[in-house]
Design a protein around this ligand. Structure first.
Ligand SMILES: CC(C)(COP(=O)(O)OP(=O)(O)OC[C@H]1O[C@@H](n2cnc3c(N)ncnc32)[C@H](O)[C@@H]1OP(=O)(O)O)[C@@H](O)C(=O)NCCC(=O)NCCS
Length: 141
């Protein structure tokens, strides 16, 4: 049995979360360059009192290896590159679901890049159904 746990993220985790955000953003929605620390901190500050924002650090055998958050019903998850491919995200989504139920959240949604195969896999594996394709056309920069 894999030793994966979720613990509530606090301000002391913000740098680690930034590291994750800047480590592997290839398939992020509208993020195609590293986020400056100030912008990240501002984003986190803005959500400190947001009762619809819930965030956890994923730990594996006592080490911080990832991050998962719910914003309204939207799930975001990141696992350190070195720790990927071991089933950590999949297990973390299972734990997340229990947290969400305890918080009274009725539905979870994952918006993922169409080429993000590992992400597609973990959500499918955890019982998420594909409900729509989303097309966009940018008219100005
Ligand atoms: C998406 C992400 C969280 C998955 O984390 P992880 O801990 O590696 O996930 P798991 O190990 O639980 O599962 C990954 C699955 O994808 C598979 N996979 C990995 N790379 C793959 C690829 N290039 N093509 C197809 N499948 C792939 C793995 O084999 C595994 O499948 P399996 O369980 O059938 O073996 C991680 O890759 C990540 O942090 N990516 C960057 C951030 C991101 O894109 N987040 C998603 C936005 S919500």
């Amino acid at each position: 049995m894999m030793d994966i746990q979720l613990r509530k993220a606090t301000k002391s985790d913000w740098d680690f979360i930034l590291e994750l955000r800047n480590n592997d953003f290839q398939y992020f929605y509208e993020q195609n360059s590293p986020i400056p620390k100030e912008a990240h901190y501002q984003y986190m500050e803005n959500h400190v009192n947001d009762s619809n924002f819930h965030q956890w650090i994923i730990s594996h055998e006592g080490n911080d290896v990832g991050y998962v958050r719910i914003l309204n019903e939207d799930v975001g998850i990141m696992v350190k590159k070195e720790a990927q491919g071991k089933g950590i995200a999949s297990k973390a989504l299972d734990l997340l679901e229990r947290e969400a139920v305890n918080l009274g959240i009725k539905k979870l949604v994952a918006l993922i890049h169409p080429k993000n195969q590992s992400s597609e896999k973990i959500f499918k594996k955890n019982g998420y159904d594909l409900k729509l394709y989303r097309f966009e056309k940018k008219l100005t920069d």
